[in-house]
Design a protein around this ligand. Structure first.
Ligand code: FMN
Length: 387
């Protein structure tokens, strides 16, 4: 693979990468994040910050809700490496344990397509990933959450770890409790994270690891009720909805129109893709759980198609939704594929877990490029030394 003069390599060196360990639990990874020490290079500052809702951000590069946005230590580190938009890992209003260990497993690379979404089987592997372009991960967690007071403190600390022109979105997942209905719990959580300092709220309507109900983005009446209640309560703070792939184009169009009409101002896709995962003995790799969510390189094409379609629907119906794209970016140049497809913000979760310098490499590449070759999102954003 071609090497950039700013990068040592795209294959994964022993140290200091990755910043996440599949052999540890999610909680152990979060605890260890406080000890992470990796060099943080100086980055060029853009002269024209980008708009994001009513805020400004330095770079339209972000990290979706995942373990490396689950602690202020992770967020502080990644905020120094070029990312500007962070979606804090999903929280609930009560403590909720993860599914049994393991929580994540490397899987053998296989590109997923729309055609085999409901039939594909992927295989876990003992080999740790060695190449970014085939980085593939399965996760089985189920929106685990700390007690609310600890989660709220984590969000406040993460917000405090950011600089100007960096944004914290808090991801929430509501559930009926003894004292609150399902819709009230979503609204309560949204208000709570805004009070803790979140610049925006993301409603996780699409976790692939919960089997109690079909995802909320497929249940339009319920989705609209939750969006209306949240947006009324947190106005003017924007609400983003996190979705997965729809069964067909019409369903996605109806869903996006319903979400915008109810008051959502942003849409983030795609969540990890639910797939059957077997081990080398052809047994379910996650014990009693036969399916888990796939992220990283296998879902890149699905994510690009989702963004293209979301962009088209947004324009066709004048929905004015901000589009946050995530799914499969593991190489710096792939941020451009998301921008070209129509994303306002391009995000990488799994890729960044193995290469925390993804945004750094992208920004340095742009800064050193001839400005006329830049993606439209970046034209005029940098005062290029040669201009
Ligand atoms: C280990 C792991 C945990 C995740 N946890 C969450 C979560 O708490 N909330 C959520 O909305 N998405 C979660 N996701 C999904 C990501 O936000 C993202 O949608 C998905 O991984 C695809 O993007 P990627 O390929 O860049 O990682 C998680 C993904 C991974 C790999």
């Amino acid at each position: 693979m071609k090497k950039d003069k700013n990068d040592e390599m795209y294959s994964i060196p022993d140290a200091p990468f990755p910043i996440f360990d599949t052999q540890l639990s999610i909680q152990e990874n979060l605890t260890q994040s406080a000890q992470l020490k990796i060099p943080t290079p100086q980055l060029p500052q853009t002269q024209h910050p980008h708009k994001f809702f009513d805020y400004t951000i330095q770079h339209p590069l972000g990290i979706p809700a995942c373990p490396i946005t689950g602690s202020s230590a992770y967020i502080r580190l990644l905020a120094q490496l070029g990312f500007s938009v962070f979606t804090h890992k999903t929280i609930r209003s009560f403590a909720h344990p993860p599914h049994p260990f393991p929580h994540t497993l490397p899987v053998s690379y296989q590109l997923l397509s729309h055609l085999d979404l409901h039939t594909s089987v992927m295989h876990s592997t003992d080999q740790q990933p060695t190449l970014m372009n085939t980085l593939a991960l399965a996760n089985s967690i189920g929106n685990s959450s700390d007690m609310l007071a600890a989660s709220v403190q984590g969000i406040a600390d993460s917000r405090a770890a950011l600089n100007n022109n960096q944004i914290l979105i808090a991801s929430i997942y509501g559930a009926a409790t003894n004292t609150r209905t399902l819709v009230d719990d979503w609204t309560f959580l949204a208000c709570t994270v805004v009070e803790a300092g979140a610049h925006a709220v993301e409603a996780n309507f699409s976790c692939p690891n919960l089997h109690d109900n079909s995802p909320i983005y497929c249940n339009l009446d319920l989705m609209q009720q939750i969006i209306k209640n949240i947006t009324t309560a947190i106005n003017p703070i924007p609400l983003i909805i996190k979705v997965g792939i729809s069964n067909n184009a019409q369903q996605m169009e109806t869903m996006m129109c319903a979400a915008a009409c109810a008051g959502a101002r942003g849409i983030c896709g795609i969540n990890s893709v639910s797939t059957q995962i077997l081990n080398e003995h052809h047994q379910p790799a996650f014990g009693t759980r036969t399916t888990a969510g796939i992220s990283g390189a296998p879902i890149f094409n699905l994510a690009v198609k989702w963004i293209q379609h979301a962009y088209y629907i947004n324009k066709k119906h004048n929905l004015d939704l901000t589009i946050l794209g995530t799914g499969g970016i593991t190489l710096p140049e792939q941020f451009d594929s998301f921008f070209d497809a129509g994303a306002d913000i391009a995000m990488s979760g799994t890729g960044t877990m193995w290469d925390p310098y993804l945004a750094t490499r992208y920004i340095k590449r742009i800064y050193n490029a001839n400005i006329s070759t830049l993606n439209t999102h970046y034209r005029n954003m940098y005062e290029h030394p040669a201009q």
